[in-house]
Structure formats: C-alpha cells, structure tokens
Write a protein that binds this ligand. Structure first.
Ligand code: AMP
Ligand code: GLY
Length: 422
C-alpha cells in the first residue's frame, strides 16, 4: 500500500513511524513533513491546508490511504473532498468534525445525550453574557465557539477577567467568526487527562490513556503552548475513571452522532477533567493528540494500519489492541522564545548519540534537513523514552535530552512529575 500522512509535527512523525511497521506498507509519503519524516517517508511539499493539491497528488500517485494529522484539514472537509473522488482517507467528514470545530455543537450534544460536562450557557450578546457572569461567581470559563488555535478558552479567575474575555471574543472579534458566539461555563477542578479512541461509527477501540503538559514552564507556569510533553498511561485514569469515560462520555457521543445521521468514523479524543474519580467532558478533538500520540504509539504492539482500515470498513467489532506494559514519557524541546517569537535555522546536534540510548526514540517537529539538521519551528523535537514505570521513563528521557543541543533551546524539566503525585 501507498500511504500518505498529512501534517508536519511530532504527531505525524510518530504516526509514520508506527504505520511503517505494518507489513502492508510499500511506500510512505508525508505532506509537508519535516527533517525526521524525510528519513522514513518521501516528503511532498504540499501544506496540510491545501486540500485541493493534496487530492490531486493522491489521484496522480494512486495513494491507497491518507491519514490526517491536523484538525484544520478535517474541519475544512478534506474527507468529503477525497471521498467524492473515491480516494480512501481516514477521519471524520466536515459534519462530524463539528465535534471539534464547534464547542456549541459538542455542548448541545452533551446536554441531549446526558454526557457529564460543566454547566453552560450560549451567548452572542456581550451584555447578556456579562449579566449571566454577574449572576454566577468567578472562577468561570469563557470560550469562543469555533477554532482559535487553542487560544479561544479563557479560564477567568475574576469577574473582570471574564468580562474582558467576553469583549475580546464578541466585541473585538479577536478570533474572527470563530467568536460569533461564546459559551460561558462552570470552572471545573480536578486532574485533566485524555482518552483517545478509534470509532467505526458504532464500535469503539480505546487507546491507552495519556496526559499532556500545556504550559510552557515547569510547575505549569507561563502561557499555554501546543504541548510541552506527555506521558502514558495517566495514573489519574483509574480503571473506574476509564470505564466511566467510555460508558458515560464516549459511547453516548458516538451513539448521539449516529442518531443525528452523522456517524463518527475516525479518531475521537476526549479531554476530561477528573473530580473524585468522576470524569467530565472538557472538549472533543477529532484527531490524534499532539504530543499525546508520541507517548502512546511507542507502547502499542498492534498494527495501527489494521486498526485504521477496520475503522474505515465499519468492522471494528470487538477488536482489541495489545499494549506494552512499559510507561512512556515524551519531552518537547522548543526554540528559544516559544510560544512567542523565536528564530529558526539553528543547528541541532547530539541526536545520533541520544538514539543510541536504550528504549529512546526521537520524533521531529520543527526541523528540516539542509546541510545537517536545522530548527524550523517552535516545537523542534519530541524526545521519547519507554521505561518499566513513569519514573524510570522520566530518568531515561532526560538523559537523552541532555545529549541534544541547539542554540537557545528550552524544555520543561518536570514532564511526568504529575503522574508521580497521583
Ligand atoms: P478546551 O479547548 O475546551 O479543552 O480548553 C482548553 C483548556 O482549558 C483545557 O485543557 C483545560 O485546561 C481548560 N478548561 C477548559 N474548560 C474548562 C472548564 N470548564 N473548567 C476548567 N478548565 C477548563
Ligand atoms: N495535546 C492537546 C491536543 O492535541 O489538542
């Protein structure tokens, strides 16, 4: 089979690495890919949001299967576009991708299907939103309805902060039409985790639990990022939490989508908040998590391509995945200044040495091959290690990180520590 993976981050490198292990694969392509994907696939210089060019490429090269990394391609309808031409692609169509593209769609689904989630109200009028906020008390959460590159959620500690968030989204239109409507919702407290499943529209197969670290600095300080690290499994997800997430959140959502005539086929990522062993839904994403995928896939023994094909054929049935017992930790090495302004083109050294360490993998994100390997983005490398437990994986991963150098690099030194506490 010829397989294309769309995207250019660490998630996509990890997907390619895992898919390559399938005996069915003859040739792999990556669009646009990065310096690491170039070593295991052919990089095709087409951006992830250029869906028409991607379709033309797949027709011309007779690609047998396309796997999509980033949400933008999915929410813009790449799956529908490919299917019109009879091209095989894994992921939800535009209508089902509303689970990520519209927070209001998801909250209303949750309300109708009795999925536990924070209480909420929807507004398109700033004054009414503020009156509602006044009638409740801070902390409170304000969210833009649509996609906003992860910046559309404001967890407001004070009433004033919440008012500012309302103005920013509804009046100043900081996120354009993604902010035509907002949600004001209850601020939940507890431990966050992610449960990612693959669905065929009816059945689901869960992946191992995981947890990411969104803030840039140690101790969860500083601004939010695309993710500075992750680990799997997440000890906060006990057997009970896992079962409750599947039975009360994931299954009702999959059934609800089927009832609405938009069966959900693809990866469904539930971000949950766990309070007293009780999971509540924070958000759905319609894709693999980044960097969670980099910590999950190294633990998977089963054939990912087989799982994907069964999902597309609607025959997941009681398919069971096989997992390694080891835990996995992923540390993101970032460019100086990230998540703000940063420079590109810095030389990266030490990767080969780090890869000689046992149970260590490196998935590239913002890198490119020129004369040597250069930085080419904010998040540069995902350093990953498997260990007999999280503590052991942490020790190994930081040993590897210590061998890698590029000018002004920075990375968190406490990835996985929250797993040791819970
Ligand atoms: P979302 O994109 O909706 O998952 O929100 C991004 C982040 O904001 C989440 O990962 C949480 O850390 C936080 N968050 C979102 N909704 C809530 C909530 N209702 N209560 C507390 N924190 C929240
Ligand atoms: N790590 C969070 C996400 O992929 O959305």
């Amino acid at each position: 089979m010829k397989v294309l993976v769309i995207g250019q981050g660490g998630r996509e490198h990890a997907l390619l690495w895992k898919i390559k292990q399938s005996p069915k694969v003859k040739k792999l392509y990556s669009a646009p890919g990065n310096g690491g994907t170039a070593e295991i696939a052919e990089n095709v210089p087409i951006k992830a949001d250029d869906v028409n060019s991607l379709r033309n490429f797949c027709e011309k090269e007779k690609i047998d299967l396309t796997v999509v990394g980033p949400e933008m391609s999915l929410t813009s309808g790449i799956v529908d576009l490919f299917k019109e031409k009879g091209l095989r692609i894994f992921g939800p169509g535009k209508a089902a991708a509303q689970l990520e593209a519209s927070k209001i769609f998801t909250k209303e689904l949750a309300r109708n299907e009795n999925i536990p989630t924070a209480w909420f109200e929807i507004f398109d009028d700033a004054k009414k939103a503020k009156d509602f906020i006044k009638s409740k008390s801070a902390p409170i959460v304000v969210k833009a309805d649509g996609l906003a590159s992860g910046k559309g959620v404001i967890v407001a500690k004070t009433e004033n902060e919440a008012f500012q968030a309302v103005d920013k989204i509804l009046v100043e239109k900081a996120f354009g039409s993604s902010g035509d409507k907002i949600i004001v919702e209850e601020c939940l407290e507890g431990q966050e985790a992610s449960i990612i499943v693959v669905s065929d529209g009816e059945n689901i197969v869960p992946l191992a639990s995981s947890q990411d670290h969104k803030r840039v600095f140690d101790g969860d300080k500083g601004p939010n990022t695309g993710g500075m690290g992750a680990y799997s499994p997440a000890p906060a997800v006990t057997g009970e939490v896992f079962n409750n997430t599947i039975s009360r959140i994931i299954k009702p959502a999959i059934n609800g989508m089927k009832k609405r005539g938009i069966p959900y086929k693809g990866v469904l990522y539930a971000g949950i908040m766990i309070t007293n062993e009780n999971p509540k839904l924070l958000e759905f994403n319609v894709r693999f998590g980044d960097p969670e995928t980099q910590a999950i896939l190294p633990r998977l023994n089963s054939d990912l391509l087989e799982l994907i094909e069964l999902s597309m054929e609607g025959s997941l049935g009681n398919y069971n995945l096989k997992w390694k017992k080891e835990a996995c930790v992923c540390v993101v090495m970032a460019s100086g200044g990230y998540p703000g302004k940063y420079e590109k083109g810095k030389e990266i050294s030490g990767i080969e040495k780090a890869l000689e360490l046992e149970d260590t993998l490196i998935f590239h994100a913002g890198t490119r091959l020129a004369n040597g390997l250069l930085t080419n983005g904010g998040r540069v490398l995902n350093v990953v290690a498997l260990g007999e437990n999280i503590k052991n994986a942490i020790d190994k991963v930081y040993k590897a990180c210590g061998m890698i150098k590029f000018e002004n690099m920075h990375y968190r030194k406490d990835i996985g520590h929250s797993a040791l506490r819970s």
